[in-house]
Design a protein around this ligand. Structure first.
Ligand SMILES: NC(=O)c1ccc[n+]([C@@H]2O[C@H](COP(=O)([O-])OP(=O)(O)OC[C@H]3O[C@@H](n4cnc5c(N)ncnc54)[C@H](O)[C@@H]3O)[C@@H](O)[C@H]2O)c1
Ligand SMILES: [Zn+2]
Length: 281
């Protein structure tokens, strides 16, 4: 095959190039050189390539792997803090869904200004990559066990979509994880303490503590989620925790259908709580 494309940039460039490479002649070779935390530790490891449609995220896509990925954490030196946080949040997610000891590690090394030495940044990126690869090794399709990587993403994609670029993917997922934790508590799966650990890691340790956007209502978020790509018919399905470091898997399925009224109630309470805390601050 005479063509070879280079994807040099963040996760957005990686997905657009991966999608384009997969479509040309039913798939040509491409190389990824990710330059953001999200690109280096998360998006390039999935071979999922997707673009949005007019009505929602990732509506067109397929699997297409690069011939190799070249990661150099030197690129992260110029990455803005909010963008770095957006990548690290997926590492926090990996701990919650698959490895409680990884959360202990993150609690030690993270600090809200995300100002790391070169060595610290290298180690952190490397460890987040490993945390995701351990999951992908078991299910590279991300459809069965690997679907746990979608923790917080059903809510997150809805928020990301509604904010139309005002929030990064990672920041939207950070809210999504907090709401998923609240939903897990409401269903009696995890404790208040487990939920508080989400807030502690995301807000106090990572510094992702912007207020929830006041333009998003529970109704809007519910509507956005219903057109999200994970829906089956009209049901809303979520990845939920069984405990810290493990996902809930009733009857062999990590995607759990939850009554829409209950989801809406949890979202309403979350928005109410966020409004109160942003008024206090
Ligand atoms: N396919 C997947 O499995 C998967 C997983 C996670 C995220 N994603 C996708 O990735 C995208 C988010 O990726 P992202 O967080 O890298 O954002 P991004 O690609 O949108 O980049 C964010 C910004 O950072 C700039 N930038 C890139 N590298 C830089 C550097 N080294 N220094 C300074 N600025 C730099 C970019 O120009 C851009 O303005 C979303 O579209 C998301 O849906 C896909
Ligand atoms: Zn993600």
């Amino acid at each position: 095959m005479p063509f070879l494309i280079l994807a040099f940039g963040g996760g957005t460039v990686g997905n657009i190039v991966g999608f384009t490479a997969g479509m040309i002649y039913r798939g040509i070779r491409y190389i990824e050189v990710p330059t953001t935390m999200t690109g280096q530790t998360d998006s390039t490891l999935s071979n999922k390539q997707a673009i949005n449609s007019k009505t929602g995220k990732n509506h067109f896509g397929f699997y297409h792997a690069p011939i190799f990925i070249w990661v150099d954490t030197q690129y992260l030196k110029t990455e803005p803090d909010f963008s770095k946080r957006s990548g690290i949040i997926e590492g926090i997610k990996n701990g919650f869904i698959s490895d409680a000891t990884f959360l202990d590690y993150l609690e030690k090394v993270l600090h809200p200004d995300v100002n790391f030495t070169e060595e610290e940044l290298y180690q952190l990126s490397f460890n987040i990559i490993i945390s995701k690869l351990k999951i992908l090794k078991q299910d590279p399709s991300e459809k069965h066990y690997g679907i746990i990587l979608e923790y917080g993403h059903t809510f997150g994609h809805g928020i990301e979509w509604l904010e139309k670029g005002k929030f990064s993917h990672g920041e939207a997922v950070s809210f999504g994880m907090k709401i998923a934790a609240e939903l897990g508590k409401e269903l009696g799966l995890i404790s208040e303490e487990d939920v508080n650990r989400h807030y502690y890691l995301i807000e106090d340790k990572l510094g992702f503590n912007n207020p929830f956007p006041n333009t998003i209502t529970a109704e809007k978020l519910m509507d956005a989620m219903i057109v999200d790509n994970k829906k089956t018919g009209k049901e809303l399905r979520f990845v939920l925790l069984d405990k810290v470091g493990q996902c809930y898997n009733p009857e062999g399925d990590f995607l759990v259908t939850v009554d829409q009224e209950l989801v809406k109630k949890v979202v309403e309470n979350f928005i109410y709580k966020s409004q109160i805390s942003s008024n206090i601050n």
